[in-house]
Design a protein around this ligand. Structure first.
Ligand code: 3AM
Length: 186
């Protein structure tokens, strides 16, 4: 049976992606390779390879249509440059992690626990990867980054490997909604 490599992510709209690309180009990187602008995203949970029947079951899961906890929209302010030493990944991270982001990540990680084949990472570090295979030392940024990302929905993405590199495809997306406030009735 066919398998698809999938993960939950927040998309990065094109305007924000282009601004992020302009900003990263001033980093004096001497090694590594830039992630294509079209591939910018913020991973919420990585599930790994899913067989078609499991992928269908995930997409039909009641938790995606009606989450148990409210998943409201939120805003992320990016500015921190970071580096993962083992995978040699250069990234930007939000300055703060709003409760709504952490609730959304937990929701996706619960689905990862139910359907995913990948092991759960120890500590969740929200980030947008800028470059891979970057050898230390990591260059400091000359100009501060000021990037605001309004997060209104999240996606299930498929990751496809091709001779031209990795390509991501949006399989499904769900809105983040503010819970309805009870209204007094006249
Ligand atoms: O670019 P980032 O880091 O946000 O690192 C991979 C990428 O996220 C992550 O899933 C996203 C799409 O590939 N990823 C890939 N393999 C992984 C694994 N085995 C993984 N995350 C955790 N475990």
């Amino acid at each position: 049976m066919a398998q698809t490599r999938v993960f939950f992510a927040l998309p990065v709209p094109q305007t924000a992606a282009l601004a992020l690309d302009r900003w990263r180009r001033q980093l004096p990187l001497v090694s590594g390779r830039w992630v294509p602008v079209a591939n910018f995203h913020l991973t919420l949970a990585f599930l790994g390879e899913l067989a078609d029947d499991l992928l269908d079951a995930l997409l039909d899961d009641e938790q995606l249509a009606n989450p148990r906890t409210p998943l409201p929209p939120f805003t992320l302010e990016f500015g921190e440059l970071g580096y993962f030493t083992k995978p040699k990944v250069l990234f930007v991270a939000p300055r703060e992690q709003p409760d709504a982001l952490l609730a959304l990540a937990r929701h996706c990680q619960q689905l990862q626990g139910r359907y995913g084949s990948a092991k759960k990472e120890h500590r969740y570090q929200p980030h947008i990867t800028l470059a891979r295979d970057v050898e230390p030392p990591v260059p400091p940024a000359a100009a501060p980054l000021a990037l605001t990302l309004g997060c209104q929905h999240y996606c299930l993405m498929a990751s496809h490997n091709s001779k031209d590199g990795v390509r991501y495809q949006t399989l499904a997306r769900w809105p983040l909604r503010r819970p309805l406030r009870p209204q007094p009735r006249d």
